[in-house]
Write a protein of this length. Structure first.
Length: 249
């Protein structure tokens, strides 16, 4: 069976010489018969976003052969309830810090790195072995693409933060040299974030910022002693992945 990779990106003009602001994005891997319906659903999603109306919507359709797809089991999920977003961040830092090693500055370093990700479209690729950022374009960052859940409803174009996050987190955790991922959503109406790794699983932290805050970012913590940055980026950006998510009903 052949599949199709569908990607949608929507943006808004910021001003003369200031570039564009990201409004919405989505991607799916679906069968041929679902392509038209899913594309329509993606466009509806782009046109009904809390960040406003887009000035530009791009939809890309690309054929994918079944033999090129890797199927992964979703990371196990843990939910952490907290009273405040500050408590949520501290919990996240506490989980990630031991994986970074003693020479990286731990919480303080993670806080600094997170602030640096706010203007980026993609994720930061941070090498815990050298303390260097390895993404080729520091403004754009590294994006994990070509992924979907294995048994998702093919015509569903609505935002499902949980499913989309666990699919991405599972793919990232399986990338060569990957240690962990740290994520705070940039959606102003979504305050839940997560940390994830093969060791931790997917740890969903219910408050990691204030409601209405448009800042968010993603850090991929990588170890260059285990793989090359080129191998890691190649997997994140080009490997086709479907993630099997257990039924939570």
């Amino acid at each position: 069976m052949d599949y199709y990779s569908l990607k949608m990106r929507a943006s808004q003009h910021v001003g003369e010489g200031e570039g564009e602001q990201h409004i919405s994005g989505a991607e799916r891997i679906v069968g041929r018969d679902s392509v038209e319906a899913v594309c329509s659903a993606m466009v509806r999603r782009a046109m009904n976003h809390s960040k406003g109306d887009p000035d530009f919507i791009n939809v890309k359709i690309e054929k994918v052969h079944e033999s090129d797809i890797q199927v992964l089991k979703a990371l196990p999920v843990t939910r952490v309830d907290v009273e405040t977003w500050q408590e949520g961040l501290e919990k996240a830092f506490g989980l990630i810090a031991p994986l970074m090693g003693s020479g990286c500055g731990l919480r303080k370093k993670l806080q600094e790195l997170l602030r640096e990700t706010f203007p980026m479209r993609g994720a930061m690729l941070y090498d815990i072995a050298t303390g260097e950022r390895l993404e080729p374009d520091h403004e754009r960052g590294v994006r994990a693409t070509y992924m979907d859940s294995l048994h998702s409803s093919e015509v569903d174009g609505c935002k499902n933060h949980f499913n989309e996050a666990i699919v991405l987190a599972t793919k990232v955790a399986n990338a060569p040299g990957m240690v962990a991922e740290f994520c705070v959503s940039d959606d102003p109406n979504y305050v839940t974030g997560y940390v994830a790794s093969k060791e931790l699983g997917y740890v969903r932290i219910m408050k990691m910022k204030e409601m209405g805050d448009e800042n968010g970012g993603r850090i991929f913590l990588f170890d260059s002693r285990k793989a090359s940055a080129e191998e890691c980026i190649e997997y994140l950006q080009k490997k086709k992945v479907l993630v099997e998510i257990a039924d939570r009903t």
